[in-house]
Design a protein. Structure first.
Length: 202
């Protein structure tokens, strides 16, 4: 497992190397190993893995401020590079997931205009972003997971026009459409889910 960037409470922004960290965790050995630092401090970013590379999308950086700039980390060479392609707009509180060698970046918050329903797909093979159908409503503080066996993407929870909710949106790449599915249930009368990280086991 790899973690990279992120906001560190109590760490001064005058020392951006704190926000440039990349660490690898080995569950078998129960050890952490430092890897190459990111090119710049970055937090409120999201990330995904495709074919030997890890990608970090947007957020806030000490170099670009709020931006749609993206990074690629090559595991074999332990090196980072700044992509020449970037997202359509600055974004944070967004979420992403990889499926079928593509990375889907869903919704979030644009620092210039507020919450968005923007939905983009990144193709690592061509280093290009394409705009897809927007989510049914804006969403941030949410989680996204892919189910390759169904060829579906799910965007869950977070903050929407209805406030904090357990909303569950399903996206079909085949038709480029979103469908509202059964909401998250936590067994209580308050079904609000934020900062969630759904995962799939294939």
């Amino acid at each position: 497992m790899y973690i990279f960037g992120g906001y560190q409470y109590g760490a001064s922004v005058r020392y951006p190397n704190y926000y440039m960290q990349c660490q690898r965790y080995d569950p078998a050995a129960n050890t952490w190993t430092p890897r190459a630092e990111m090119p710049y401090g970055n937090y409120y970013n999201c990330g995904a893995y495709v074919n030997g590379n890890i990608y970090s999308f947007a957020g806030y950086s000490f170099t670009y401020g709020w931006s749609g700039t993206c990074l690629r980390y090559n595991i074999a060479s332990n090196t980072w590079s700044i992509l020449t392609s970037s997202m359509s707009s600055p974004r944070y509180y967004h979420s992403c997931a990889a499926m079928n060698d593509l990375i889907y970046i869903v919704a979030g918050y644009n620092p210039n205009s507020g919450p968005v329903a923007t939905h983009e797909v990144y193709n690592p093979a061509t280093n290009t972003f394409s705009t897809l159908a927007s989510t049914p409503a804006y969403q941030y503080y949410h989680g996204v997971a892919a189910v390759p066996a169904l060829n579906k993407l799910y965007s869950m929870g977070g903050y929407t026009p209805q406030g904090y909710t357990g909303i569950n949106y399903e996206y079909s790449p085949d038709t480029n459409t979103w469908t509202t599915r059964a909401a998250i249930s936590n067994g209580s009368s308050q079904q609000n889910m934020i900062y969630i990280s759904p995962i799939t086991l294939n």
